[in-house]
Ligand binder design. Structure first.
Ligand code: NAP
Length: 550
């Protein structure tokens, strides 16, 4: 059976809940969950709830979640029990009734009354309500998870098992997938919070009974819940099945990445059975000193990547890798003996992992590539023709600058790096001279020297001008620098598309290349490595521009 898509509605009035359920149906939901914990106070509210359920435009789950299980109902259990009994005799009862496992196990009275209201093997009457027995933990993975699952499994009246807990890391999703794979009844297994998104999106791959999606971003009933538009639009939820290959973006943070938007649409466009999800792997909290923190971050990256790659059912086929793990990827590849392309081997920074599998699902080959440099160089070549002998000024000396400087030097350009912290730029120049024999020296200048620099083109590889970055309203090239003749400037920042730098450079008569072009180029190369077919670049470009210019 296909995984259902359920919109939870926190009911504040029957009218607004009904209206939301109509919208949910129009937008493609299969089911709604009426959370009546706020509305229901006692028997006087029963008629309202019956009216809501009986007039529901979609089959519904009825839930009255008590405060002790993360809900808002703080009344007596006796009142809830009476409501459940009443629903059992309704002309049009709810399709599902959600009851917490803890209450069901603890109270013989509740158990007996609920059992009278739901269909189950020993039920005498012909009823149409199925019991969802649920357990939640908003703090983390419950220590007694196995015991809870066994306890639910021992209740014959439960038609569906539900477990939801706050995922502490990506690895918790893997345990949720295992629970689904080993289910004895239809099961909902979801991770809450930023780390749990994969469990929500990938539920159809593992035969999950349903996944929840909110109607609007501000109306989630659990942390990390995606919207209906996210699931049906971005993630192509209905196209995900058991054989779907899993891809994603590994980094921290990755919540606002544009990559899921383009790669999922691309997979659909070329008929590739894949889904691409955010795969957050957090940096270690600062505290033990820079070197120890970096080691701890690497340890977490390594452990998570190896679990993803070797999980027997995930079909993990590759990923994009972004900050702070680009150098970690090269280190892991070296340790594991994976192949590295020339760009990543030379620059020691990479953004792409490809996993090829044998017929039995085991890893046949893992390879690592850096597509940032090739994408940036292609943008420049489009404007300048060849790069040999061209004088290019690189602003910044972070991960992106490193990849681009290696690419430019390899193509024979004459490169000068301008960075706030000079030692970082010097390290790149030194590494280039050691890694690429015979290449001319890469120049290193103080940050201030960019103003009077002579170059045919400048590339902004700093995060200056980036929304949410350290200096969102600034430009890395002040007006004095732009006054010195008409040249070319290329942005790597793509959010916003039109940065202050691009805007001022255009006003000064310079030619410009915006950051979307490089973003599309690096993503397209990744897509081609994973799927073996050309990426739909026009589609990528349109989606990113529409999303950013909004
Ligand atoms: P990174 O490793 O953190 O490097 C950041 C760089 O910005 C460093 O050189 C840093 O200088 C400099 N910087 C930060 N704040 C500054 C300030 N206020 N004034 C001057 N310099 C400043 O980051 P990254 O991964 O290289 O990414 C850099 C940019 O590339 C980001 O904006 C990112 O969005 C963009 N990017 C674009 C694409 C694409 O496809 N278009 C792909 C990847 C990244 P210090 O060394 O002195 O700290």
């Amino acid at each position: 059976m296909a995984t259902l898509l359920c919109v939870p509605i926190m009911v504040r009035s029957v009218e607004s809940a009904h209206a939301d359920a109509v919208v949910a149906r129009e937008h493609g939901a299969d089911l709604v969950e009426y959370r009546v914990d706020e509305l229901f106070h006692g028997s006087e509210d029963e008629p309202l709830i019956l009216r809501l359920v009986e007039s529901s435009p979609l089959p519904c789950i009825l839930t009255c979640r008590p405060t002790w299980e993360g809900g808002l109902y703080d009344g007596e259990d006796a009142a809830r029990i009476a409501l459940f009994e009443r629903l059992g005799t309704a002309d049009r009862p709810p399709r599902y009734l959600d009851v917490e496992r803890a209450a069901y196990t603890r109270s013989a009275n509740l158990r007996q009354k609920v059992n009278l209201a739901v269909e189950h093997p020993k039920q005498q009457r012909d009823l149409r309500t199925t019991l969802i027995l649920s357990t939640h933990d908003f703090a983390g993975r419950p220590a007694d998870l196995t015991r809870r699952m066994l306890a639910m499994g021992a209740e014959p009246a439960a038609g569906v098992h539900k477990v939801a807990f706050r995922a502490r890391s990506l690895r918790d999703n893997l345990e949720l997938f295992d629970l689904l794979a080993e289910r004895t009844k239809p099961t909902i297994a979801l991770g809450m919070g930023e780390f749990g998104l994969a469990s929500r999106v990938l539920a159809p791959k593992f035969g999950g009974f349903l996944t929840f999606a909110s109607l609007r971003p501000e109306e989630t009933t659990a942390p990390g819940q995606p919207t209906l538009t996210d699931l049906l639009g971005t993630y192509r939820f209905r196209e995900i099945g058991p054989a779907t290959r899993v891809y994603g973006i590994v980094g921290w943070p990755v919540g606002h990445s544009m990559s899921p938007l383009v790669h999922n649409a691309g997979f659909s466009e070329v008929g590739h059975d894949g889904v691409y999800v955010p795969l957050p792997i957090a940096s270690h909290e600062p505290g033990q000193g820079a070197a120890a923190d970096a080691e701890a971050t690497y340890a977490s990256f390594k452990a998570t990547m190896l679990e993803l790659i070797h999980h027997p059912r995930l079909d993990f086929a590759g990923c994009s890798v972004t900050m702070p793990h680009k150098q970690n990827l090269v280190r892991l590849a070296r340790e594991q003996g994976w192949s590295l392309d020339e760009a990543s081997a030379q620059s020691r920074t990479a953004n792409t992992l490809c996993i090829e599998r044998s017929g039995d699902g085991s890893v046949a080959q893992a390879s690592v590539a850096n597509t940032d440099a090739a994408a940036a160089l292609a943008c420049l070549v489009g404007e300048l023709g060849g790069l040999a002998g061209r004088r290019i000024g690189v602003l910044g000396a972070g991960g992106v600058a490193r990849a681009i400087v290696f690419g430019l030097a390899g193509a024979g350009a004459s490169v000068e790096i301008f960075n706030r912290s000079r030692p970082r730029a010097e390290a790149i120049a030194q590494d280039v001279s050691e890694a690429i024999p015979g290449v001319g020296p890469v120049g290193v200048e103080d940050w201030e020297a960019r103003i009077g620099a002579e170059a045919e083109a400048f590339i902004n590889c700093t995060s200056v001008g980036m929304t949410g970055g350290p200096a969102p309203d600034e430009s890395p090239l002040p007006p004095d620098a732009l006054a010195r003749g008409n040249k070319l400037v290329m942005e790597t920042v793509y959010h916003p598309v039109r940065t202050k730098l691009l805007s001022e450079a255009q006003d000064a008569g310079w030619r410009t290349i915006d950051g979307v072009e490089m973003f599309v180029g690096q993503g397209a190369r990744q897509f081609e490595l994973w799927t073996g077919v050309p990426a739909p670049c026009t589609l990528f470009r349109r989606l990113v521009r529409e999303a950013l210019q909004g």
